[in-house]
Design a protein around this ligand. Structure first.
Ligand code: NAD
Length: 476
């Protein structure tokens, strides 16, 4: 059991204002695996005060000092990687093999990558008679979700600290345990008091206080579009910078000359990764009309291979959803999908499920109508929608791909590199993969339209936490 009764504020573990706790539930066993403080506004205020006090000294440290600290953090993190993996499997439910590689492996690399990029990201430029400097923006509130909880925390907290900012982190109340291990990493690395602060609790209490606190300069948020909208509004009262990483309904566009079996298998894998609880999941497979039957058969075959089971069993490819609430939400959307008139090809919300665990069956819908619920709504479960467009009409395929409020990710499949690049160029989304190209941890990550307005990762992820200052020099 992970019993956390204290918050990390000003370099110390301190008791929260109230003894209330939030239980953390293992989505496979449905049993508690630990608890964290249900902090309130007073705790948020203490954390912001600590971050504010630490800012002048931390922001004045040299880039070299901060690079050295990131490298130390990387080593300490690496020594704890098994503990991170076990903790994340128990609170998120993603299969352990994938958790180790993605949920732990990616954040671990980030410390080194940000250390490498920091000198370039913060380099001074000369523009005419102006020196142009990048300075840390100040106190940053980082608010994160549960689906890749550590990755999302690290993608904010590490570049913010690297840039010279001080941070208050409010992790998801659903999967907060990994954040306590991360606080230990910073503590052991000797990060000065107040540079990193951890306050757990709900969005409506701690979260709301942080995003409206007058001493917070920036809010970096990853989560749902609905919460992002509320946060943007609250933060606007004090003109904070707000970086939002929100939802998606990303499309894989398969052109008529594509390698169909590879395209379908890769899209199913993307859609079902982490049981569909991935913001960049390719949840819409957009294919030429004449190939529909073949695609439907291939998609069902690929989806059937996603064996449900214990996340700690290496044979499991599909773990449970994160919570009972998420399971109910996904099942409700599947039922709406059925009433929308789409063909249910596999899975659904009614077939028998394992006796325990918040599972959802791998589900495939065919003949999904553009504009219908299965085309428009982020489901955040293992649910694939297949849509068709008239053969050869790339513009029609693009209209479907771009036809939602979102614009986070996308994919294009074609044997013709030029044609694939042209289609990718017209997709209104932040990251597009051609023919299954791999995720790039150094490339900018973020959304168009209602998928958000921020960019994380790589050099852009550091710049996000800076202000530009121009100092005009007199002619000599
Ligand atoms: P959520 O929006 O419910 O919660 C995210 C975080 O915000 C939590 O810490 C929550 O406590 C807090 N919060 C909620 N309302 C708040 C408010 N009014 N003020 C301050 N804080 C508030 O999202 P979730 O269910 O945890 O995560 C799933 C969502 O996250 C999906 O929509 C998914 O697409 C999105 N997501 C986006 C990205 C991305 O990078 N674009 C990455 C992962 C997940």
């Amino acid at each position: 059991m992970h019993k956390h009764d204290q918050l990390y504020i000003d370099g110390r573990w301190v008791s929260p204002a109230s003894p209330r706790r939030i239980a953390v539930i293992n989505p496979y066993t449905e049993q508690p695996v630990g608890h964290v403080p249900d902090a309130d506004s007073a705790d948020a205020d203490s954390a912001v005060e600590a971050a504010r006090r630490a800012f002048p000294v931390w922001s004045a440290t040299s880039v070299d000092e901060r690079v050295a600290l990131l490298k130390r953090c990387h080593e300490i993190f690496a020594a704890k990687r098994d503990a991170f993996t076990a903790t994340l499997v128990s609170e998120v439910g993603m299969p352990a093999k994938l958790t180790r590689r993605i949920q732990v492996g990616l954040p671990m690399q980030q410390f080194d990558i940000f250390a490498d990029l920091l000198p370039t990201a913060l380099a001074e430029r000369q523009i005419g008679h102006s020196r142009v400097l990048r300075e840390p923006i100040g106190v940053v509130a980082c608010i994160t979700p549960w689906n890749y909880p550590l990755h999302q925390i690290v993608a904010k907290v590490v570049p913010a600290i690297a840039a010279g900012c001080t941070v208050v982190l409010k992790p998801s109340e659903v999967a907060p345990l990994n954040a306590f291990l991360l606080a230990e990493v910073f503590d052991e690395a000797g990060l000065p008091p107040g540079v990193f602060n951890l306050v757990t609790g709900y969005g409506a209490s701690v979260g709301q206080r942080l995003v409206s606190h007058p001493d917070v300069d920036m809010v970096s948020f990853t989560g749902s579009t609905a919460a992002g909208r509320a946060i943007g509004q609250a933060a606007s009262a004090t003109i904070k910078r707000v970086a939002l990483e929100l939802g998606g309904k990303s499309a894989a566009v398969v052109l008529d000359d594509a390698d169909l079996p590879t395209a379908v298998r890769a899209t199913v894998s993307s859609c079902f990764l982490n049981s569909g609880q991935t913001c960049t999941a390719l949840t819409r497979l957009v294919v030429p009309h004449s190939r529909y039957e073949e695609v439907a058969r291939l998609a069902v075959e690929a989806a059937e291979r996603f064996t449900l089971g214990d996340p700690n069993d290496d044979a499991t490819r599909l773990g449970p959803l994160v919570s009972r609430a998420q399971q109910e939400r996904v099942h409700a959307l599947i039922r709406r999908g059925i009433t929308s008139g789409a063909d249910l090809l596999l899975g659904g919300a009614e077939a028998p499920l394992p006796a325990r665990g918040y599972f959802c069956l791998p589900t495939v819908f065919g003949r999904v109508a553009p504009g219908s619920v299965l085309d428009q709504e982020e489901i955040f479960g293992p649910v694939l929608s297949i849509l068709t467009y008239p053969d050869g009409d790339d513009a029609a395929a693009l209209a479907i791909a771009n036809g939602t409020i979102y614009g986070l990710a996308g994919a294009v499949w074609s044997q013709d590199a030029g044609r694939a690049a042209r289609v990718a160029g017209k997709m209104r989304a932040g990251q597009i993969d051609i023919n299954g190209a791999a995720f790039n941890i150094r490339a900018p990550f973020g959304g168009f339209r209602q998928s958000g307005n921020g960019r994380e990762m790589g050099i852009y992820g550091i710049e996000e936490f800076t202000e530009l200052k121009a100092i005009q020099m007199p002619a000599s």
